[in-house]
Design a protein around this ligand. Sequence first.
Ligand SMILES: NC(=O)c1ccc[n+]([C@@H]2O[C@H](COP(=O)([O-])OP(=O)(O)OC[C@H]3O[C@@H](n4cnc5c(N)ncnc54)[C@H](OP(=O)(O)O)[C@@H]3O)[C@@H](O)[C@H]2O)c1
Length: 318
Amino acid sequence: MWFYLALAVLLYFVIRSYRERQQVDNLREKYVFITGCDSGFGNQLARQLDAQGLRVLAACLTQTGAQQLERLTSNRLKTTLLDVTSTESIEAATVWVKECVGNKGLWGLVNNAGLVYPFGPNEWLTKEDYMKVLNVNLIGLIDVTLHMLPLVKKARGRVVNMSSIMGRLSTMGGGYSISKYGVEAFSDSLRREMHSIGVKIAIIEPGYFRTSMTDTQKNLDVLEQQWMKVPEQIKESYGQAYFDAFYKGVKDNLATRCCKDLYLVTDCIEHALISQYPRTRYSAGWDSRWIFIPLSYLPTFITDFVLTRSWPKPAQAL
Ligand SMILES: NC(=O)c1ccc[n+]([C@@H]2O[C@H](COP(=O)([O-])OP(=O)(O)OC[C@H]3O[C@@H](n4cnc5c(N)ncnc54)[C@H](OP(=O)(O)O)[C@@H]3O)[C@@H](O)[C@H]2O)c1
């Protein structure tokens, strides 16, 4: 009985691997629009797809980012400026994409742009702090998708949304995890709606990677500024010792945890774009695959214990 079970599992993986290696045709004729290409995954993905011969339409937040990317890529790759928090900027980018793709439509939309700051224990934050992150990671992503969707439908193409393991497990306060849970929800409903139309939606869930978002010094500076803004009464309830321990926890985590192999993520996005049979969810990075995603399936009291056992205790803790 165990033999047949093992054989069935093996067969499943062999068939899955064979199916997933089937690529779509005419890659050189396919247009892919990527947001947030100034740095990190977006920048690497733009270069990677350009090298594969796809027609990359790279959106950068800054002129400098766009110029740097152009210098590193072929003249097939085109850039534009896009701030995903501005509907006017998204409208202008949509007109530009429409002109670039002509009758072909847009094969791939990669919603990659993102922001993590400010973060910290929820009580240290204001409504504006949450809005800042949600406007980029969630509302911006939805706005870009709604504008570009008619072009993607025309090509019967793909939408690839950048979530995170923080979209499966909420491990810190602030807008980031909330925004990524929202990305998961939006992607799930869109996938079900688009199924009959032939548009496929994929969600990418990376663990910790070394990009400007996880730059240790930048995160610590933001955290210090955040602590300075916390009202005195709340500060007292946490105490300076809590802040110091929290600060050290962030520092140690970011200094030791981040994987430098960004291709583990960009390869997942590439697969979602060019495989005949893309996955619905991609967990990218060993921490995502072997720690955080499995942890998200455990009973809540176990997950809570594992996640919080090393957290510092506020001054007013029981
Ligand atoms: N690094 C990780 O560990 C990790 C893990 C899971 C998920 N992710 C997700 O991966 C995505 C890419 O992040 P990354 O790690 O590559 O960090 P990153 O290097 O900071 O890239 C984020 C990009 O988004 C751009 N951006 C920020 N605000 C924007 C706006 N309003 N409009 C348009 N673009 C904007 C940034 O531009 P500037 O550089 O000019 O600010 C930057 O190019 C994000 O969605 C992030 O949540 C990252």
